[in-house]
Design a protein around this ligand. Sequence first.
Ligand SMILES: *Cc1c(COP(=O)(O)O)cnc(C)c1O
Length: 488
Amino acid sequence: MSDRDAGETRRLRDAVARVLPALELFIRYEGEDRAGRDRDTWRSALDRPLPDHGIGFESLLEELATTVIPYGLRNGAPGFSGWITTSPTTGPAVAAFAAAIAGSQRWWVQPFNLLETVGLRWLAELLGLPSSWQGTFSSGGSTANLIALGAARQHAFERLGIDPARDGLAGAPRWRVYASSEVHHVVTRAAAVLGLGRMSVRTIATDTVGRILTPELRAALDEDRRASIQPIAIVATAGTVNTGAIDPIAELATIAGEREIWLHVDGAYGLFGRLDDRVAPLYEGLEMASSVAVDPHKWLAVPLGCGATFVRDRALMGRAFTLEPAEYLEGAASPGEIGSAFGEFGDLYHDFNIEQSAQSRGVTVWAALAEIGRDGMRARVRRHNSYARQVERRVRADPRLELLAPATLSICCFRYRAPDMSDDGLDRLNAKLAQRLRDETPFVPSTTRVGGRLAIRPCFINPRTTLVEVDGLIDAATRIGDELSVLD
Ligand SMILES: *Cc1c(COP(=O)(O)O)cnc(C)c1O
């Protein structure tokens, strides 16, 4: 029997040297994206039965370099504006690589642990959140919102003498969560996971821009109060994924304050918008919220798997998510108890979260902000918001284009308009237009529906995008639209 493990544990230089050329080529985003065309090639190479004997380190690197990396996801390409996630910038990506090797757990007294705390503090400072709030990283907006709503649930039921984290919700009075019809569906799912139920989210209509109508919210709250339904939270969206609309936070804070309801702000995408003075006033009242969620893996462009929650009441977070002491996990024991071989555990986050073991994420946020600072991030956000305004200007100036939602942040929704065509016909034309953009050009927005109409929706958060791609998108959309409307 050999003592040697089959997995290579050193040879980092060989590994990096082998895959580096493929990675460098990849991030130039040159040539055609062959992932679709060559799908059979890489699928049949990769999707094989579990091997009894591994192919070994060299062959593994070879496969990564030739069969995986070249066909990777090109959402970091400069012309890609389809999603609100992008490929990370280099510094944070390398920080994540470093963490995988040197910081493979976020606890204990070591720099990666400290950087969880520093990363959260810097984020709070960047976004203008009070430093007294409890922050915690998690895997993204889905979990960040779930954690915030877990705290809201704790808050609402503790006031009725119920500890929902300990005892569950059996016997609790009926309850509800309030949000606009533009609320992200992960919020609804969070209600399901927390045992509140998807149906407990009461959605409130929005104005044409996509902002919650507060008179309708007040009416819904009044109606539910008369029916003795317990409000759990009002969820404001600060940057909807469809149009980038920002709910009137200050007004919602007033409503929540009057009725002592938890106000959660889902700013997964849009909270960074606060850095642009042109829209900063829309975030007034944020410090009156009870919790916020934000995704560094969106606009801050750190590697995917990084969301953050901040909650005003630190103790509440602990009661909602405590792990309870565990014998083998000495850090969970209260201070002063019999010590353990691990002594200090550093800053611990697993009592504010739904994860125990987790990668170090703070290091990526720290890396992004250490590299470019507040000014660099402010310039990025401002530039991207200006791109959306450039789209808006060009759409307004061209009779063939129709603005479907104005730019609040870095999204601008529009469609191509052919004269005398029905809304159904325009929906079909614009769907085809979007498909052709994706198939034939480097400009790849997504589509959505605004007021029932199919919209072309570029969202600019990609650090590699320049004005060339913004104008290129509009040029290509009008050209293809012209062709399609002649054909039709
Ligand atoms: C992206 C987003 C989410 C979901 O976040 P994930 O990181 O994709 O899980 C939720 N809410 C809003 C407003 C978002 O922009």
